[in-house]
Every structure is written in C-alpha cells, then in structure tokens.
Design a protein around this ligand. Structure first.
Ligand code: ZN
Length: 406
C-alpha cells in the first residue's frame, strides 16, 4: 500500500524550522519522495491520500529508555520481579502496543528481568505483536549487591564485567546496560526508611572502560545508569555512549559529559511523575523536593552546555506508562531546549544514539516510513504530540486502525 501525505507541515528531524505545504510520498515501507506541495505530478492510482492541511508530520518518536517488562501499576519492586514470565510477557506486549499507539516507533529497552525484552523484540520483529522497533539490553550488569542486582548480572572487576558483556551478546542483547551508580529515585531506595538517595558510584572507571571496549568490539553500544557526579564522571570517562538520569550530577560532571561527547538521557518524566505521587510522608516529600531541584539544575546545565540530549521515559517505573514520551519532549523544552531541539532529541538525536540514522529518525527519501501525524503545530504547543492522529511504522498505519482498542 502506498500513501501520500498531501500539503502537510513537515518537521523532518533535520531542519531548524518546519517546512510548510509539503507532499510526502510513501511507497511500501519507505519514504519515496518529499516535495513542495503539488509539484510531484498526478497521484498514481491506488495511492491512499491523507489530507495534511492544518496538520504536522514528524518522524516516528524514539524512546531511548524503557522497561516494558516492568508493570508501572505495581509500585512494589519485589512484587514486580516476582511476576511469572507469562504475566510479564502479557503486560509487556500491552505496553509495547500502547507505546506504538502514542507514536513511539522505535525504543531501547534499558534492562529487563530474565532477558524477557529480548523475547519481546523478537515477537515484534516477526509481527506477532505490534510495538516499537526494539533494541533490547536484557539483563543489566552491575556490581555485587548494587542497584538492580535482583534482576541483573552481578560482576566485580574488569574480567567479570567483560564476561557479563559477552554473555549478554551471546544471549541476544542489542545493547549493554550497566549500573554505574546506586539509585536516586524516590520510588526505589528513596522510599525505604533511612535509604540513601545520593546515587553514589558503584562501578569504577576501569570497569566501565572494560565494558565499553569489549561491547564496542562486539558492535554493541553501552548505556550507563549514573545518578551522582562521581558515577557520571566514571561513565563519561569510561566511554559510555549514553548516560541515563544524572539526577544529582553537579557542574563538573555535566562538563565531563560534554567533554567526552556522551549523550544524556535525563528521563525527566520519572521526576515529574513522582512529584504528584499520592501519599508521600513529609520526609519523602522533602527528599523528592531535593531530587527535583538537583535534577532540574543538572538537565538545564547540560542543555546550556550543548550536551547532546535524547529522550527516554523510564517506562515501567511506578506510574510511568508507555505513552508519556510526548511529556519528556515538553519537559526538555521546559528545561531550556528549543521546541525543535526537544523534538530532535526524540527523533534524529535518538536515532543517532541507537545507531539507526540510516533507517529512522528523519523524514527523507529512502528512510523507513516511521511517521507521526498530529493536528496543529507542535512548535506552538508541544502537547499536541500527546494525541497523534496517525502513526505509521514501516509504511503500515497502526493508529487509528490497528491499536485503536487501547
Ligand atoms: Zn531505567
């Protein structure tokens, strides 16, 4: 089936301003031409024409940090981990469908219990279940007793970390997730009485470096969970491709990120969701307030310093559902990114981080037809991205038709 988006406002993921009145022709799974409206000659027979007047077409959105195998409705972490494989698989497919319906056409899974995201990726790839094109990390790798050790691989010292990387590649991982620091989220350690929220470094720089060197040899990129300054510096100096969260990173740590050209995936949605979490005690509220202030300072500084930003929601954290990527884009803008830079963080920047620039992230002839159509102009109101009128993945329309039952 071929499609023509006629007379649409175009945000192509490259230009700094939208292009008015464009015709985008999709043939099969790919974008065939992008031309000024009315210059492409007569519309061939059998082409489905989609009227784009008053609407904006964007590249499909990319969520660089998801855990579809965690149930965001289950607040207790151990209960989440104790769920059966069948239960996890069933809810993960629901999350993946929900993400696709929200315009997320590609995603990077940042860790899953029992490698179930690798199964999910394969199920999506063979068309068993709709969902974003998924890069799966499978088991996260961290130190013995470190953050997330209950569902990841425990490793200590460079040799064990390298072995863990090779094991994950053997078992089908597309990317390597490392845990470079303890948590700093209210919903994990922060809720336990007396628990720290400082995001202290867990892996040392040499361990990060060993992981990155061997992952890159095996053509896998590395994403590092890092919250506090020392951990962010270890991750950046160790060569991690992206640093996730950096909630508590100070100025020197953000400068180190910029210096080493690491991409930052700040997952602002998590802090935003936690802000309105019901039933917080005064102590928890105070702790959350501290995280909010530090996280804002960290992200604003990164944007001001020109650190490359990419969007990630941390879907699967309590309350963080798979359809909130639009919110991350709004929050990036709120932290100082221009509206267009915020959209690029979810499209071309994210595609570059995932090593997918040849196929997705921009609207150009030859790219896969992963597209989102919204009413109005996102440059005037980014919240229009919350309700896409149409989502196309590889030339197939998934919203409203195929996932409208969500
Ligand atoms: Zn995460």
């Amino acid at each position: 089936m071929s499609h023509l988006f006629r007379g649409v406002r175009l945000i192509n993921g490259v230009a700094d301003a939208p292009l008015a009145e464009v015709d985008v022709f999709v043939e099969g799974e790919r974008i065939c031409s992008v031309l000024p409206h009315g210059t492409g000659g007569p519309v061939p027979e059998g082409v489905k024409v989609i009227d784009g007047s008053g609407k904006t077409l964007l590249p499909g959105l990319i969520d660089c940090h998801v855990h579809y195998t965690f149930d965001p409705a289950v607040a207790d972490f151990s209960a989440n981990m104790a769920r059966s494989d069948l239960d996890v698989a069933a809810s993960a497919t629901t999350q993946a469908r929900r993400a696709l319906g929200a315009g997320v056409t590609s995603a990077r899974s940042a860790g899953a219990q029992r490698n179930i995201d690798i199964w999910l990726r394969d199920a999506i790839n063979v068309g068993q279940t709709p969902g974003p094109r998924l890069q799966a990390a499978g088991l996260a790798i961290g130190i013995t007793g470190g953050h997330g050790h209950m569902f990841g691989i425990e490793a200590d010292g460079e040799v064990e970390f390298v072995r863990a990387v090779r094991r994950q590649v053997r078992d089908g991982a597309d990317v390597i997730k490392i845990i470079a620091s303890e948590a700093a989220m209210l919903t994990t350690t922060g809720l336990r009485p007396g628990a720290a929220v400082f995001g202290r470094a867990e892996m040392c720089e040499a361990e990060v470096h060993a992981v990155v060197e061997h992952a890159h040899r095996l053509e896998r990129r590395v994403l590092a969970h890092a919250q506090g300054s020392a951990a962010v510096i270890n991750a950046a100096r160790g060569g991690a491709d992206s640093v996730e969260h950096a909630f508590l990173a100070d100025e020197a740590a953000i400068e180190c990120l910029a210096e080493h050209s690491a991409t930052l995936v700040p997952t602002l949605v998590v802090t935003d969701v936690n802000r309105s979490m019901p039933g917080l005690s005064p102590v928890q509220r105070e702790r959350q307030g501290l995280i909010e202030r530090l996280h804002r300072a960290s992200c604003e500084r990164a944007i001001a310093l020109g650190v490359t930003m990419a969007t990630g929601t941390d879907t699967g954290e309590p309350g963080v559902t798979a359809d909130l990527l639009w919110r991350e884009i709004v929050l990036l803008h709120d932290h100082g990114a221009s509206a267009m830079d915020a959209v690029k963080a979810a499209t071309s920047n994210a595609a570059a981080l995932l090593g997918m620039v040849d196929s997705v992230g921009t609207i150009e002839p030859g790219k896969l037809a992963d597209l989102v159509l919204v009413s109005g102009d996102p440059m005037l109101d980014l919240a229009t991205l919350a309700h896409p009128e149409l989502v196309m993945q590889g030339g197939r329309v998934y919203r409203p038709e195929r996932v409208s039952d969500e």
